[in-house]
Design a protein around this ligand. Structure first.
Ligand SMILES: C[S@@+](CC[C@H](N)C(=O)[O-])C[C@H]1O[C@@H](n2cnc3c(N)ncnc32)[C@H](O)[C@@H]1O
Length: 393
């Protein structure tokens, strides 16, 4: 997709729009009745026509989905569970120089605390599979502009379905795609969308998923989409399917009035590549790592990619990641798991359970679920590696 300032942006002269065909369908109809490439507008969780944010404070999401994805959502155990809320409100929205608005802590926040849980306003495919009759004589730019134009027409239907309060919140969000031919709704989605990867149904091959982001979704939130980027992030989020909500957690201790930040990009990349990846958002990152690229690139590469051959390596890696303030990185969870396993290998159930607990506290991490079963020395005795070790004698 294009970004920045594109000359002749917008619908090319003489292009006649494609008719979008809409059909009302029974929301309970089985997925088989839908045609292969049909997408559906659907409200999840389902609410009554007179629903309001006051009546349903947990909120709901206007989605554009393939029918098999809707079936996957409805079949999720516990869906739709009520939101798990933080114990108190921990943040405020304030202007932040050079960045528009941002979120700031209103009191100290401890590492791993839940800060926000929120259902998104919208959820749509990250890949825009619109079939359009593109003519050979069209330039690549014209084809891209037509795709962008048609995508906006589809998004407009979704936007019109939003509750007026949600529409008002949506249009207040930043838009870094005002001059590249993206429509106003697509522009806001491209600037504020959070990736959702848990809606894969096996429809696409691994290559299609990787290369074209097929099967991935993008969601816009009223609050979490207000988070600015930092390569030295202090929060991270994950999407929970059963509550259909994003949950934002502190990755380290946060002081009162500190800005809350997430990373929009891959943290392992060197500063030069990170700046390139941030170009579509229309800003240059000025975090401490980007201001001192030569030292921080080395520090990041060595701590995030350091191989762990034994317990000492593991402990050094954890300390280095903490020193770099990158506890939000997956490498930190992976290292906690490896260190826990080394402790089991050494017959130290006490320390193993301590690392399991640290991992379990990182509720956003994929490894946290499994670790939850091993947070006491006694529970470690049921770990497969402990059993194997005792059987070996
Ligand atoms: C998802 S929005 C974040 C919230 C936004 N600042 C607002 O006022 O609603 C992304 C946009 O925020 C701004 N932004 C985010 N992180 C930034 C940073 N580190 N430095 C400068 N601008 C930033 C950019 O304009 C970017 O396109």
């Amino acid at each position: 997709m294009s970004y920045g300032v594109v000359e002749n942006a917008g619908r090319p002269d003489g292009y006649k729009t494609r008719e979008i065909v809409h059909r009302e369908v029974d929301p309970l109809a089985p997925p088989e009745i839908f045609e292969e490439d049909m997408t559906m507008y659907t409200t999840q969780p389902s609410v009554t026509m007179d629903a309001s944010p006051v009546k349903f404070p947990d909120g709901w999401t206007e989605c554009l989905l393939y029918p098999d994805v809707k079936a996957l959502i409805l079949a999720t155990p516990g869906f739709p569970s009520a939101l798990t809320r933080p114990s108190s409100c921990k943040y405020r929205l304030s202007p932040t120089p050079g960045k528009g608005h941002g979120l700031f802590s209103i009191s100290p926040i401890r590492a791993n605390d839940l800060i926000i849980s929120e259902r998104p306003l919208t959820l749509v495919p990250a890949w825009q599979g619109i079939s359009i009759r593109l003519l050979r004589e069209m330039t690549m730019q014209e084809k891209i502009q037509i795709q962008a134009y048609e995508w906006e027409q589809q998004l407009k239907v979704l936007f019109d379905r939003l509750h007026p309060d949600y529409q008002a919140a949506f249009v207040k969000l930043a838009n870094s795609h005002q001059h590249d031919g993206s429509g106003p709704i697509a522009g806001i989605m491209r600037t504020n969308g959070l990736g959702v990867s848990c809606l894969q149904t096996g429809r696409y091959t691994a290559e299609e998923q990787q290369k074209h982001r097929k099967g991935y979704y993008t969601a816009v939130c009223k609050e979490i989409s207000r988070l600015n980027h930092s390569c030295c992030l202090n929060t991270t989020w994950f999407f929970d399917l059963s509550t259909f909500s994003f949950q934002l957690f502190a990755t380290r201790d946060i002081a009162k009035d500190e800005e809350l930040t997430i990373s929009y990009i891959n943290l392992r990349a060197p500063a030069k590549d990170r700046q390139l990846a941030l170009e579509p958002y229309g800003f240059q990152c000025a975090c401490s790592a980007c201001l001192a690229p030569s030292s921080s690139d080395i520090q990041r590469a060595s701590c995030l990619s350091m191989p762990v051959a034994n317990m000492d390596d593991g402990l050094i890696k954890l300390a280095l990641i903490e020193e770099a303030g990158l506890q939000g990185a997956n490498a930190y969870s992976q290292t906690l798991k490896v260190v826990m396993e080394f402790c089991i290998g050494a017959g130290d159930a006490e320390s193993a359970s301590m690392y399991a607990k640290k991992l379990a506290n990182r509720r956003w991490s994929a490894a946290a679920n499994e670790a939850r079963s091993y947070t006491t020395p006694l529970a470690i005795h049921s770990h497969p590696l402990w059993i194997e070790r005792t059987q070996r004698g």
